[in-house]
Structures are given as structure tokens and as C-alpha cells.
Design a protein around this ligand. Structure first.
Ligand SMILES: NC(=O)c1ccc[n+]([C@@H]2O[C@H](COP(=O)([O-])OP(=O)(O)OC[C@H]3O[C@@H](n4cnc5c(N)ncnc54)[C@H](O)[C@@H]3O)[C@@H](O)[C@H]2O)c1
Length: 296
């Protein structure tokens, strides 16, 4: 800021504005259409990922739906829903923790939907275990999906986008990952998960710095308490002996300013923005979508 201030005293105000204007040619206020753009959404057979896949299809994206093989039928159903909306879609089964499977997923998407514009690294797993009881295997199993899985997806998608050569300052490629409210304030009962989601936040920053020169932006979204199968697992794991849903309801009442849980559609609205031209000047950020749990 001091440099800008010194510059301003050396140049007239008009000269400064002309200088800034000469570098600011590509910013329109109208959101550009997504039609013709393609996106891969990992872990989109259900939950938040499914909500994102459907919302991005409504926004005009063609969508590659990914999940593990156990959820193939669910993926195919999401694909049919998207095709019913008049968009192209395909299923690509892959375990995101396996680099060769992620590479194949990107190829399947490009073969079926054309050049890759955007990737949403949404797949994640949760684990409920006190920190002093965590074994190496416990750590590995969470980090394999939540951290290595995001890296595999970002690295393969970025390589594909760079090979395509079509990312531009006014139409950047977009990489977006699922972080979490625990990326800002850990949940004591979810230690490995909390640490892994802090790593996702850091990874978005590192990738953003490295990929800016290739006109690729990198951001992540940080949901709070969203009603999905993942929270059913947390509720059952933490609330042993309590009625089903008790931990979920108590957490919503105690921790969320807006006093309601989030829905996949709440998260999908944020991802819709991050995947759109409206976010072209945003990179390296993690945005909370939590109804007011953590204030940054
Ligand atoms: N539900 C929440 O409250 C909440 C809050 C913060 C962050 N998140 C994050 O949002 C993302 C989606 O969460 P959700 O609640 O929809 O979870 P979910 O468990 O309901 O769905 C996750 C999906 O990812 C898939 N998946 C898991 N491992 C995979 C792998 N190795 N390869 C490919 N797919 C895999 C699962 O099969 C499942 O379909 C996760 O990264 C999660 O950590 C969720």
C-alpha cells in the first residue's frame, strides 16, 4: 500500500487512473454463460456433491459425476437427472485416493464432455476417534481421501487444462475443493478429519499461487453442519446412547446463529458462484457456508 501511495504522489491522479484503466480491460459485471463448459464433481453420487452436480447443470455446465464403485447406481441416477435437464453428463467411477484412477476419470470426462473447465474435489470421509487413540492407519485412511485425493484431482485436472491451452485471464480454469468449518475451528471429536480439512485450506493457497500463471484459480468451500449421510455417521458416532439425530439437533441449536441446519443446496449456491465468471478475481480463498458458526 505504501508503494501505491508513493506512486500516487509522483503521478497525477488522472495519470494513475489511466494507468490502472489500461490493465483493467477484462472485467464485465454480467455473469457469463456456462453453456459449453464441463465440470467434474467428485463424490457426487449423494449428499453435497449431488447437490453441486445438479446446481451446476442448472447453471449450464455439462457434468461428469464421480464416486466409488459401490455408488455407481446412484451416480447413474444423477446422470439421468442431469440429462433430463437438457445437459450432457457421464459417470466416471474412481477412488480419488488412487492417482491412476483419477487420471482415467479426467480422460473419461474429456472424451464424453469435451475440454475440462472446472473440477470440484468434493469427495471426503469423516472419522470419529479421540486424538490420542489415532493409529497410523487411522490417519492414513482419512488423509488418503481428504488430502491426497484433493491433490490427485487438482494435479490431474490442472495438467489437463494446461495441455488444452484454453484457460485465459478473462476465462480462467477453476479448481474448487471441499474444506469445512473445521478448517477454521476444529471439532475436538473429529481430530484427523479437522487436521485434514485444515490441509485442504492450505492446499488451495499453494495451488492458487502456482497455477495463477496458467490462468487457473483455486478456492475451497467450508460447509458447517449440513444434513447428509456424513452427518448421520457423526451423529451415530458421537451420540452413542442418545436418540438418533440428538447430537445433530443440539449442535444446530447451540452452534448456528441462523438456527437451522444447512442443506446441500446452500453449499451448491456458493459453489455455483465459485464455478462462475463472477469469481474470476478470487483465488486462494476458503469461504465458509455455515449459517453463522465461525466468524472470520
Ligand atoms: N455434511 C457436512 O456437514 C459437511 C461439513 C463440512 C464439510 N463437508 C465436506 O463436504 C464433502 C461432501 O460431504 P457430504 O456430507 O456430502 O458427505 P457424504 O458422505 O454424504 O458424501 C460423500 C461422497 O463422497 C464419496 N467418496 C468417499 N470416498 C471417496 C473416494 N475415495 N473417491 C470418490 N468418492 C468418494 C462417498 O461415496 C459419498 O458419495 C466432504 O468432503 C465433506 O468432508 C461436509
Amino acid at each position: 500500500m505504501r508503494f501505491v501511495g508513493q506512486l500516487a504522489t509522483g503521478l497525477s491522479r488522472l495519470q494513475c487512473l489511466r494507468f490502472v484503466g489500461s490493465r483493467a480491460g477484462y472485467s464485465s459485471t454480467a455473469r457469463e454463460q456456462n453453456n459449453g463448459r464441463s465440470v467434474i464433481v467428485t463424490g457426487s453420487g449423494r449428499g453435497i456433491g449431488k447437490g453441486i452436480a445438479l446446481r451446476l447443470a442448472a447453471d449450464g455446465y455439462d457434468v461428469c459425476v464421480n464416486d466409488i464403485s459401490a455408488n455407481k447406481a446412484a451416480c447413474d441416477e444423477v446422470v439421468r437427472d442431469i440429462q433430463g435437464m437438457g445437459r450432457n453428463a457421464c459417470t466416471a467411477i474412481a477412488d480419488v485416493s488412487k492417482r491412476d484412477e483419477v487420471k482415467q476419470m479426467v480422460q473419461t470426462s474429456v472424451e464424453n464432455l469435451g475440454p475440462l473447465s472446472t473440477l470440484i474435489a468434493n469427495a471426503g470421509v469423516v472419522q470419529i476417534k479421540p486424538i490420542l487413540e489415532l493409529t497410523e492407519e487411522d490417519f492414513d485412511s482419512v488423509f488418503a481421501v481428504n488430502v491426497l485425493g484433493v491433490h490427485n484431482c487438482f494435479a490431474e485436472a490442472a495438467s489437463q487444462m494446461i495441455r488444452q491451452g484454453n484457460c485465459q485471464p478473462d476465462r480462467p480454469g477453476k479448481l474448487i475443493a471441499a474444506a469445512s468449518v473445521v478448517s477454521f475451528k476444529p471439532f475436538e471429536r473429529l481430530p484427523a478429519y479437522s487436521i485434514s480439512k485444515w490441509a485442504v485450506r492450505g492446499m488451495a493457497q499453494v495451488y492458487a499461487m502456482d497455477l495463477a500463471k496458467h490462468h487457473i484459480t483455486v478456492n475451497s468451500y467450508a460447509p458447517g453442519i449440513i444434513g447428509t449421510p456424513m452427518w448421520e455417521k457423526i451423529d451415530a458416532g458421537i451420540g452413542k446412547g442418545l436418540p438418533k439425530g440428538e447430537v445433530f439437533n443440539r449442535s444446530v441449536d447451540a452452534d448456528i446463529a441462523l438456527k437451522r441446519p444447512g442443506y446441500p443446496s446452500d453449499v451448491a449456491k456458493l459453489v455455483s458462484f465459485l464455478a462462475s465468471s463472477d469469481s474470476d478475481y478470487i483465488t486462494g480463498q476458503t469461504q465458509l457456508v455455515d449459517g453463522g458458526m465461525v466468524f472470520t
